[in-house]
Design a protein around this ligand. Structure first.
Ligand code: 7PJ
Length: 270
């Protein structure tokens, strides 16, 4: 069964305190709606990793993410994921009971590998990113993007296994939009099934991304149809978890994928 992960961004502009609802109520409403809509995970992130984004301090990220994780954990048994690269954020989030560490830097920051290795039940997503968000889209270059991304992920799986993390806990993600040209992103989507050779499940994030906007020529809030098409393609090519903003619509699309894949043939193959 393909699962859907709902995105909850906790950056200063994501929850305004000026309206009728406090930051807590807004965050919770959004999270609980995604749960009601069928999300299997809620992914809480406090570092903007968009192209051109500037780094956020450890304290700032802790202050953004921890209260939100705690509020959701109090109200819902949904599996929580934290989108972070910082060991200190991972450690505090683990204390609050998160199920998954989702790291766009694939546990390459100091202490991150050890923080995850210490907890035997924790799931983890290793994502490929070339460079850093501030500069990654300036001149993305590969000889063969699919092979290089696969190689990188294989090395990171190996590093995890050597640190004592069981393979069964690991998901990998090619990192759409993270240091990739439009052509690179579509080569990766077209060849996504090759990443199954890594022997671990795939998690992918294409929701509302500019690789979609560039093709359909629409602003970020008008990319739902494009996002569903990309999610469906990824699911057919073996993705197990789809990370999205629009949970309800994506869950419906994945139900159609599941029904198609589960259809049993009667007679025709005899
Ligand atoms: C991804 C992510 C992604 C994983 C972001 C955005 C940018 N984590 N965090 N995969 N993207 N695993 O959502 O547009 O593609 S932040």
């Amino acid at each position: 069964m393909i699962q859907v992960m709902g995105i909850l961004n906790v950056t200063p502009d994501s929850f305004s305190d000026g309206g009728h609802f406090s930051g807590r109520d807004q965050a919770l409403r959004q999270a609980l709606q995604m749960v009601a809509d069928g999300a299997s995970y809620i992914d809480v992130g406090g570092e903007s990793t968009r192209p051109g984004a500037t780094p956020v301090s450890e304290q700032e990220e802790l202050d953004r993410v921890l209260p939100v994780l705690e509020w959701i954990a109090q109200e819902s048994p949904v599996a929580l994921s934290v989108d972070t690269s910082k060991a200190a954020v991972m450690r505090e989030a683990i204390k609050l009971g998160v199920t998954m560490i989702n790291d766009v830097r694939a546990l390459r920051e100091p202490g991150a590998l050890a923080a995850v290795a210490e907890h035997q039940q924790l799931q983890l997503c290793l994502m490929h990113m070339a460079g850093e968000p501030g500069t990654m889209q300036q001149q993305p270059q590969y000889q063969q993007v699919v092979t290089e991304v696969q190689q990188f992920l294989a090395e990171r799986i190996q590093a995890c296994v050597q640190a004592g993390i069981a393979r069964q806990r690991i998901f990998v993600d090619p990192g759409f939009g993270f240091g990739k040209s439009l052509g690179h992103n579509y080569q990766l989507l077209q060849q996504l099934e090759k990443l199954q050779q890594l022997g671990v499940p795939l998690l992918i994030g294409v929701s509302r991304k500019s690789m979609l906007g560039s093709v359909v020529n629409r602003p970020v809030n008008e990319r739902l149809a494009a996002s569903l098409a990309a999610a469906t393609i990824a699911a057919l090519k073996g993705a197990q978890i789809i990370r999205v903003h629009d949970v309800r619509e994506t869950v419906d699309a994945m139900r159609i994928v599941n029904a198609t894949m589960a259809a049993t043939m009667t007679g025709e193959n005899d």
